[in-house]
Design a protein around this ligand. Structure first.
Ligand SMILES: Nc1ncnc2c1ncn2[C@@H]1O[C@H](COP(=O)(O)OP(=O)(O)O)[C@@H](O)[C@H]1O
Ligand SMILES: [Mg+2]
Length: 405
């Protein structure tokens, strides 16, 4: 391909697990219309930087809008600017490449995509933090940041933004595909065979790893269930899964978005109570000798909820709108083998086969970071990159703000 520009995409998601940096070479000029633009970029490499425990705690505290302190929010903004810089410099060194442009999503502290009344005004609002001016000054590179507000300013929900990349990667004239990302929250982009950009269906399906993470934290003092080992050693409490699947979020028609507000600590508490109170838990406790056993059932059940809610969302809201044969998974959840096995089962029952974004040349944990590299490049060239059919925006918008070094 033509030389193009090396762009770093930087992502830190709602899991607050850390920073993902992807380096992508993007061609300067489109040779084709968006419909067949898949060859316009090349994945060069990826690096991941977990937040130090203290930073993670502060990020999680900052997301707790009732208790967050404004001085700490201001400090965190600049601190993240420093950490993002360190991450990019380390990624450049590791991959032996020189970045030319940065696309930095930032850390979402608050997102409310649907307008709600505030002081007599109906407003949809969002806030991503991580000071791009620091990043630009320290790296000496231009930075595109703050992608979501431009979409919201034209009536969109500001999310999801990754469908633009999903379309470039997975649109196919013959095969209907669903891109399923499993981060803290799980979301999908469904691309019917031969679809144009405005026929894409995209929405959040519910919890990804968020409930699992909250419960492993609470019950085992671990940030997540590595490789799904705890879930694999527990039993799924089917009645609890069925009960939570009746919740309003799952029944709500797309477009819909969710976050910690929906599936955060409070949800995890209710879920844990339901597991402890279910007759099934008592039955399994009686048959097990190890004290931790029924706690593993809780993790198994949270894992099953994620798999079931994805299948349910597809069956209810996607399959009626076209024929689809593949589900392509990305995000940290792809590393959870128990979750993947259950998901393969669930979607197998509705005629889909499970694939991984790795098979398409993008490591599952890097995909969202790649998206923000590609979006930044569009903005740099003054091209719009929201997908109005996915966000509900009235029109295409050039996303983000540019900070110069
Ligand atoms: N080896 C692994 N085994 C199980 N789960 C994992 C593993 N690696 C990552 N995860 C899960 O993925 C989450 C991070 O996924 P990510 O895609 O970065 O989400 P987000 O975009 O919300 O930050 C972790 O919090 C964890 O739950
Ligand atoms: Mg993450």
């Amino acid at each position: 391909m033509s030389p193009g520009m090396i762009v770093a995409g930087v992502m830190s998601g709602t899991s607050a697990d850390g920073i993902n940096v992807a380096l992508v070479r993007v061609a300067e000029k489109r040779r084709t219309s968006l419909g067949s633009a898949g060859g316009n970029f090349e994945f060069l490499g990826h690096a991941e930087f977990p937040y130090p425990a203290k930073v993670r705690r502060m990020v999680l505290a900052a997301m707790n809008s009732k208790n967050a302190k404004v001085a700490d929010l201001a400090r965190l903004n600049f601190l993240l600017g420093e950490l993002y810089t360190d991450a990019i410099l380390a990624a450049q060194k590791k991959l032996r490449l020189q970045v030319e442009l940065i696309g930095c999503h930032g850390q979402t502290l608050y997102h409310q995509g649907t307008p709600a009344l505030f002081l007599g005004n109906k407003l949809a609002v969002t806030w991503q933090t991580g000071e791009a001016a620091v990043l630009a000054a320290r790296t000496g590179l231009p930075v595109v940041s703050d992608f979501r507000p431009a979409d919201m300013a034209v009536g969109g929900k500001g999310a999801p933004l990754v469908p633009y990349l999903d379309y470039l990667l997975y649109a196919n004239p013959k095969t209907g595909r669903i891109a399923q990302n499993i981060g803290g929250i799980a979301n999908l982009t469904a691309i019917p065979a031969g679809a144009s950009l405005d026929q894409i269906i995209a929405f959040d399906t519910g919890p990804g790893n968020m409930v699992i993470d909250a419960l492993t934290g609470q019950l085992f003092g671990k940030p997540f269930d590595r490789d799904g080992k705890m879930a694999a050693s527990g039993q799924v409490l089917d009645s609890v899964v069925a009960r939570f699947m009746r919740g309003t979020f799952f029944r709500q028609k797309p477009p819909k978005t969710s976050g910690r507000e929906e599936f955060g600590r409070e949800f995890a508490r209710r879920f844990l109570r339901a597991c402890s109170g279910s007759g099934e838990a008592t039955a399994s406790r009686a048959t097990r000798r190890t004290i931790g056993a029924d706690q593993r059932d809780v993790i198994a059940t949270a894992t099953a909820l994620t798999a079931r809610s994805i299948r349910d969302a597809i069956a209810r809201f996607v399959l009626p709108r076209g024929s689809f044969s593949e589900l392509i998974v990305s995000g940290g959840g792809a590393k959870n083998s128990t979750l993947m096995a259950e998901l393969a089962n669930e979607i197998g029952a509705i005629g889909l086969s499970l694939r991984s974004s790795d098979e398409f040349g993008i490591p599952s944990e890097a995909k969202e970071a790649v998206a923000f590299a590609v979006l930044a490049h569009e903005t740099w060239n003054r091209r719009p990159s929201n997908v109005p059919s996915a966000t509900g925006a009235r029109r295409p918008a050039v996303l983000g703000k540019i900070s110069y070094p």
